[in-house]
Design a protein. Structure first.
Length: 343
């Protein structure tokens, strides 16, 4: 039987490279390159020869297209059903389909509980990106690169907030100018000039209690969302995902609000800090049950940052170790995927 690999339809002209990072994790387990790219949100449309497909990831932007084609032989690991679409995935047709392919490995406790309540054999697997250590390994080097990847921040547009940003900009112009030069014209900050400076002031206000000025100035800012028009095809997107993962391999440490940055860093052994927003809605926070336990955390709560491990501000000389709670799940994921792709 041939192998397939998930790819993704852009939304509003943009795509999240984290999706392609998840597919790179699946690709590791196939002994020959997958023959078919199959769109995650259109698996029902596949009409080719029978194909093995690791069906991990976030489901779904097009829930009306579920369940998948009978030509697909799926392995369900690291499977997330978002709260916004659960009625589609808990329909009688979907429950029958999932029972046919159980056990279902769930990326989060919320998905796990949904399926268990419907009598589906399911277990918590964690995310497939935890296996990326098979391909990518943290490298000690002299570059000491620090990456700040899509940090969550709250930019307010009320006059009082804008006045506060302007005061911060004036007081800390050099460091905020440095931030703006690195984030402007990205998907994170899709503009330049004064607005980029004000947004950068908001980022600085949010994190200056835990990140020193020297880190803001030295760190490279990375955005994991890209404009689809800049990439000709899925192969170019996979190449970009590989390029980004190779950056994280060589990082001194990484600060991020992206789970598909933080989890790959755990997998490869790169020190990483995950920034979580405690006030997130269930539509977003439902992704995190079980996963947050793996991280060194910074938690944003009512505008303030709380840390579960830091005793002082992060500097260019800060060193810390990751937790190791993920390793049992990492090993089990590797075992299940290898069994699926070699039988």
């Amino acid at each position: 039987m041939e192998n397939g690999l998930l790819v993704y339809t852009p939304l509003n002209g943009k795509f999240n490279i984290g999706d392609y990072i998840q597919s790179l994790a699946a690709k590791q387990f196939f002994q020959t390159p997958p023959k078919y790219y199959i769109d995650r949100d259109h698996t029902n449309e596949y009409k080719g020869e029978p194909v093995n497909l690791i069906m991990n990831g976030w489901y779904s932007h097009s829930p009306q297209n579920w369940p998948p084609s009978e030509q697909i032989n799926p392995l369900f690991v690291a499977f997330h059903i978002n709260e916004t679409v659960k009625k589609f995935f808990l329909s009688e047709e979907s429950i029958s389909y999932l029972k046919k392919h159980e056990p279902i490995g769930c990326r989060d406790y919320n998905t796990l509980n949904m399926l268990l309540e419907k009598g589906i054999d399911a277990y918590f697997s964690g995310c497939l990106t935890l296996t990326l250590g098979l391909t990518y390994r943290h490298v000690e080097n002299k570059e000491n690169n620090i990456y700040i990847v899509d940090p969550f921040f709250d930019f307010k547009t009320k006059p009082q907030a804008l006045f506060s940003y302007m005061q911060t900009l004036i007081s800390h112009y050099t460091v905020i100018k440095s931030i703006a030069n690195k984030v402007k014209n990205s998907v994170l900050v899709p503009f330049s000039g004064l607005k980029a400076l004000l947004v950068s002031a908001a980022i600085y206000q949010q994190y200056s209690s835990v990140i020193s000025d020297e880190v803001f100035i030295k760190a490279q800012f990375v955005c994991q969302e890209f404009f689809s028009k800049d990439y000709a095809n899925d192969d170019e997107k996979f190449k970009k995902a590989d390029e980004i993962l190779k950056k994280y391999e060589r990082a001194q440490y990484v600060i991020t609000s992206r789970i598909h940055c933080a989890l790959p860093c755990l997998a490869m052994g790169t020190p990483v800090i995950f920034v979580n927003k405690s006030e997130d809605t269930i539509l977003s926070s439902c992704r995190f049950g079980g996963i947050l336990d793996f991280f060194n955390l910074l938690t944003i709560n009512k505008g303030k940052i709380l840390s579960n491990f830091l005793e002082e501000k992060l500097t260019c000389n800060t060193h810390f170790k990751n937790k190791e709670l993920h390793k049992t799940y990492q090993e089990e994921l590797i075992k299940r995927c290898r069994e699926f792709t070699t039988k």
